[in-house]
Design a protein around this ligand. Structure first.
Ligand SMILES: Nc1ncnc2c1ncn2[C@@H]1O[C@H](COP(=O)(O)OP(=O)(O)OP(=O)(O)O)[C@@H](O)[C@H]1O
Ligand SMILES: [Mg+2]
Length: 153
């Protein structure tokens, strides 16, 4: 092993971060296990850290511009080492609306799909991918659980 390579710790499992910066570090470690075509559902209450995490994944994949909130546009497409599709389904009521908006194909595209409020379109989740679930413990602490969809099927 190259001694300059730090040991790789799998980001899959449960973590507690104590600051936004720690969440960004966890997201950067998680980004390394993604590939073009990966789907990631980000689940948790308002202000729990989904966008902080999504932006750090985008940056790790080479997005150099700011990643504005997709709350009103539903999806922003960003250029990184592969296309990064950043979605926020907060405003949709059902999976049908995602279909109606023409966004369903992005769930199985060759880019990386990062979906905030993914539970709103649960019936459209792909068979493979990741869920990242956020719990706000206190003002600056979050429990972040990273799981593979395959293990929950
Ligand atoms: N440990 C932490 N990890 C992530 N964010 C934290 C942490 N501690 C405090 N914060 C703050 O919590 C907020 C998280 O905001 P963020 O926009 O990521 O939430 P969100 O889950 O995307 O909410 P929404 O559902 O409104 O999109 C930020 O203001 C961030 O600075
Ligand atoms: Mg958000």
């Amino acid at each position: 092993m190259n001694p300059a390579t730090p040991p790789t710790v799998s980001p899959v499992g449960s973590h507690v971060t104590k600051s936004e910066a720690e969440t960004e570090q966890l997201a950067a470690a998680f980004a390394r296990i993604l590939n073009p075509g990966s789907w990631v559902g980000l689940i948790g209450a308002l202000g729990s850290g989904k966008s902080v995490f999504a932006r750090a994944v985008g940056r790790a994949w080479g997005v150099e511009v700011a990643m504005p909130s997709p709350t009103y546009t539903l999806m922003n497409c960003l250029a990184g080492r592969c296309p990064i599709y950043h979605m926020d389904l907060y405003r949709i009521e059902s999976a049908d609306e995602l279909d109606f908006a023409g966004l369903t194909p992005y769930f199985s595209s060759s880019g990386i799909c990062l979906v905030e409020w993914a539970e709103k379109a649960h019936s459209l989740w792909p068979a493979m991918g990741w869920t990242v679930t956020f719990d706000q413990l206190d003002e600056n602490s979050r429990r972040i659980e990273i799981a593979s969809l395959r293990e929950s099927h």
